[in-house]
Design a protein around this ligand. Structure first.
Ligand code: SF4
Length: 263
């Protein structure tokens, strides 16, 4: 068993956590007071020109073992994992293992462990895919992807976030209009955590240059036209000229799973 795991896994599961979310359940709890929000805004400004390693270093110093990261092993996430292996290899990192991920994605979990010594924990929803599809009379991703993402990603993330203070995200501002305003450091009111985005101001080119320069492994599906990779049934390759996230939930009007939106 890895020594990197959610601090609350050691807690007595019979103890009720009430309706607390994210950092409200931390010991000590963390609340978005005017002082904290001012600190985050000030820090975000200062870190605009910092390296991603320096941003991660600030987050680890500020939040200690209550700083975590969720990864889907995208190119940006792989870069952050490589950086974390140098800056703070004991950071607890997890993957939202919906049961619908590509084999190529899951294979990266072991590569990360071998190369960087970070044992990414795969967190599964309560119901297996078979149980879930039986309950709903078939796969929900076809007709109700919002509920499917809610049950198989967001609920799992909410549980993982319980008691943590901050999380790293691998989003970039130039990925989509939804992400264009992302600060380096800000308050994530949806999950009640400080959100740290060390690559927010990086470009796609910078990401791929770093992957090549540092020989960082990446999902081989990127070489087959998949620019953004989520669950298998909800991801397709993109065509020339399309937005890089156009292959996600294509044709449904849905653009985000809800992890990085505030509604
Ligand atoms: S991306 Fe698709 S399969 Fe994965 S959780 Fe969301 S709707 Fe379900």
């Amino acid at each position: 068993m890895s020594d990197r795991h959610h601090p609350l896994h050691d807690a007595d599961p019979s103890e009720p956590s009430g309706e607390l979310i994210g950092s409200q359940a931390g010991v000590p709890p963390l609340f978005p007071t005017p002082e904290l929000l001012a600190e985050l805004a000030d820090q975000s400004q200062k870190l605009e020109s910092a390296t991603p390693e320096a941003i991660l270093g600030w987050a680890v110093t500020r939040f200690g073992d209550k700083f975590t990261m969720a990864t889907a092993f995208g190119p940006e996430g792989m870069i952050i994992l490589e950086m974390l292996s140098r800056v703070s290899p004991k950071t607890w990192v997890f993957n939202l293992d919906t049961g619908y991920q590509f084999e190529e994605t899951l294979a990266l979990r072991n590569r990360v462990a071998e190369l960087y010594g970070i044992e990414v924990e795969l967190l599964q929803p309560e119901l297996t895919v078979v149980e879930y599809e039986t309950l709903h009379g078939g796969p929900l991703y076809k007709n109700n992807p919002t509920k499917c993402c809610g049950d198989r990603k967001l609920a799992v993330l909410r549980k993982a976030a319980l008691g943590m203070h901050a999380w790293a995200s691998a989003i970039r501002r130039d990925q989509s209009p939804d992400r264009a305003q992302a600060p380096i450091v800000g308050w994530d009111k949806k999950f009640h955590l400080v959100k740290v985005s060390p690559l927010a101001n990086w470009t796609k080119k910078q990401v791929w240059d770093r992957i090549v320069k540092s020989n960082i492994p990446y999902n081989p599906l990127h070489d087959a036209g998949y620019t953004s990779i989520g669950c298998k049934p909800c991801t397709r390759a993109v065509f020339a000229g399309e937005d890089e996230r156009a292959g996600r939930w294509s044709g449904t009007g849905k653009t985000e799973c809800g992890l990085h939106t505030q509604d």
